[in-house]
Design a protein around this ligand. Structure first.
Ligand code: HEC
Ligand code: HEC
Ligand code: HEC
Ligand code: HEC
Ligand code: HEC
Length: 209
């Protein structure tokens, strides 16, 4: 029930966010519905502003009414950074946990994508086995063993500005997927040190071949 209520609020909050984004010159109310996006979009450091800009442009999650807090936690109703980055989770539905890495990324995505109840609410036909499948892949097994150079959900799909896989601009759209894999697999430096079963170096010529 709590999820449903929260989501309803987020749908209107996201609509306001879109409105705010569409009128950059408009005065901002003091209690922002998504202070995360408002503050971040205006930060001079690219690393901190790019996520807000990409999320505000075209993102399947924003279009479903989700916000920054659905992945990062924190409190989106205050313009105070420390209160918003609510690490203790006192004023937030979910404690703030900053930038996820490695298996934290998989857990971030799996919180919804492995939850049949959540997914059914929004996309009844959506599969819920991506994290389970990932865990059985070479990427997933090596990640579990501590290798940070493998692909996670976010390397293949992005994290902000995620598109439907049927969207021609998605990095996993059929005509783009080879390039997405090649961003690592054709990079000899990134793949250095990995061996085939026979002991030879793992090739980096798959895309060219
Ligand atoms: C008033 C401005 C402001 C607000 C509001 C704000 N942030 Fe931030 N955020 C920053 C700044 C500045 C940094 C850089 C690190 C720091 O100074 O703490 C940052 C860092 C981050 C990072 C990167 C942390 C890392 O480990 O590199 C994430 C993720 C993030 N914020 C998400 C959010 C989310 C989600 C919200 C809303 C719940 C939010 N921020 C609200 C200003 C803000
Ligand atoms: C669908 C989940 C999701 C949503 C929604 C989301 N993020 Fe993120 N965010 C991530 C993940 C995953 C990473 C780590 C990405 C990576 O390592 O490539 C990340 C990283 C970041 C970083 C650090 C970037 C860096 O390169 O160091 C910032 C800042 C950030 N997010 C802010 C935001 C803000 C602001 C919003 C809302 C406008 C938002 N995020 C919405 C999942 C999300
Ligand atoms: C190595 C790249 C890669 C990784 C890692 C990856 N995906 Fe995908 N994902 C794809 C490709 C390619 C497709 C489209 C083709 C297909 O359905 O297999 C896809 C499809 C999807 C879809 C659409 C529905 C479906 O299953 O076809 C969702 C949702 C999704 N991925 C979520 C995730 C999540 C969550 C993770 C992490 C647990 C993840 N993906 C990890 C490449 C990846
Ligand atoms: C708060 C819940 C939630 C979180 C967290 C979340 N997603 Fe989603 N995601 C959804 C829902 C719901 C949809 C269905 C939207 C649709 O199909 O129209 C979706 C759609 C997608 C799609 C498009 C699937 C398709 O049918 O083409 C991809 C890809 C995707 N998510 C990847 C990710 C990745 C990667 C992460 C983690 C960085 C993530 N999601 C985190 C709820 C979530
Ligand atoms: C972020 C970088 C990255 C991306 C993107 C990536 N991979 Fe990988 N992949 C790796 C690393 C690192 C390994 C570990 C190599 C090993 O163990 O031999 C690996 C291992 C593999 C393996 C096992 C190789 C072997 O025989 O050991 C296959 C197959 C594979 N990846 C396919 C893909 C495909 C297909 C895609 C795109 C859909 C993809 N990868 C995207 C980094 C990546």
């Amino acid at each position: 029930m709590r999820t449903v209520i929260n989501t309803a609020c987020r749908v209107c909050a996201a609509a306001l966010f879109v409105l705010a984004a569409a009128r950059p010159g408009a005065a901002q109310p003091s209690t922002e519905p998504n202070s995360c996006a408002t503050c971040h979009a205006a930060l001079p450091d690219q690393r901190l502003s790019a996520p807000a800009k990409a999320f505000g442009a075209s993102d399947v999650h924003r279009e479903k009414g989700f916000m920054c807090v659905d992945c990062h936690g924190g409190n989106p109703t205050t313009a105070d950074k420390v209160k918003s980055h609510d690490v203790a989770g006192r004023d937030s539905a979910m404690a703030f946990h900053g930038k996820p890495a490695g298996s934290e990324i998989v857990a971030t995505c799996a919180r919804c994508h492995s939850n049949a109840e959540i997914m059914r609410t929004f996309a009844p036909k959506q599969r819920v086995d991506q994290a389970a499948e990932y865990a059985t892949s070479v990427h997933g097994k090596r990640l579990a063993a501590g290798d940070a150079k493998v692909a996670t959900c976010a390397t293949c799909h992005g994290a902000h500005g995620i598109r439907l896989v049927s969207d021609a601009k998605s990095p996993v759209f059929p005509t783009n997927v080879a390039g997405t894999c090649a961003s690592c697999h054709a990079n000899a430096e990134h793949m250095a040190g990995y061996k085939l079963a026979d002991g030879g170096a793992l090739p980096t010529t798959q895309l060219a071949d």
